[in-house]
Design a protein around this ligand. Structure first.
Ligand code: ATP
Length: 241
């Protein structure tokens, strides 16, 4: 069988001052796959996502999108090629409305006002809480609404690969469930490929097809999400429950 790969990480080594934080990490992601990146605090998840999006340049190894080497390609060019990152912390523009934030997200990727309006209208259908709050300012939103807006703003540019860092952080379980539901529906409907870094293992595995567990910058497990959820030894050793 032919396995197609949209995103390939090839022997990536990334670090700051001292020892590497991501250590010769290799990972192939198939189109439409939702991959949960798991591992304890400090395992290297954020560092890995930042290397894929282009905020960090690896010491060695390569990042490939559709087989093209993007290892040293600037962030904006990667974004143009379909990589979108939602960083930790639900950054939205506080002084702009929900709708203005979404328009901003669409500005470069969706040319033409009419097309942008259509793209935003489509998002509102999936993100009903945002539709209700379209005239609210960023700073007036709840944590859950802000995270939803950060996600929607990344999706409005119609990326092919979405990088999500800890979207559940600090949100109530009900809000996390709603967010993960939207993410799962979007992935199924559009074939979006997702790399989802999460400390919230249960939530992440509930939307993911595949779980990749990192420890000390290396992949220590890579299996279907259901298998990881059902492996007590693995959970106990690396995931803390
Ligand atoms: P978290 O869930 O806390 O985000 P993580 O798995 O995403 O954890 P990273 O944030 O990638 O892990 O951090 C991995 C290691 O790199 C940690 O030991 C951290 O202290 C270190 N580190 C992260 N960012 C920097 C930085 N800017 N400068 C120096 N060291 C850093």
């Amino acid at each position: 069988t032919v396995t197609r790969t949209v995103l390939a990480l090839d022997a990536l080594t990334v670090g700051y001052a001292g020892a590497p934080v991501v250590d010769r990490l290799t990972l192939d992601v198939a189109p439409g796959d939702v991959v949960a990146l798991l591992g304890a605090n400090g395992a290297g998840k954020t560092t890995l996502l930042r290397t894929v999006s282009g905020l960090l340049v690896p010491r060695s190894g390569r990042v490939l999108l559709d087989g093209d080497d993007l290892t040293t390609t600037p962030v904006e060019e990667r974004a143009r090629r379909g990589l979108a990152q939602v960083p930790e912390g639900r950054s939205v523009v506080a002084e702009l409305t929900v709708e203005e934030n979404l328009t901003l997200g669409a500005l470069w990727k969706v040319p033409g006002r009419r097309a942008r309006r259509a793209a935003i209208a489509e998002l509102y259908e999936q993100f009903e809480p945002l539709a209700r709050r379209r005239r609210a300012l960023g700073h007036q939103l709840s944590g859950g609404e802000r995270q939803m807006l950060a996600l929607a703003r990344a999706l409005v540019s119609q990326p092919r690969v979405l990088l999500l860092d800890e979207p559940s952080l600090g949100l109530a379980p009900r809000v996390v469930a709603q967010l993960m539901g939207v993410l799962r529906d979007t992935a199924r409907r559009t074939g979006l490929t997702v790399l989802l870094a999460e400390q919230n293992v249960t939530s992440a595995l509930s939307v993911a097809d595949r779980g990749v567990v990192l420890a000390l910058g290396k992949v220590v497990a890579d299996a279907p999400a259901a298998d990881i959820a059902a492996d007590p030894a693995l959970r106990h050793a690396y995931l803390g429950f």
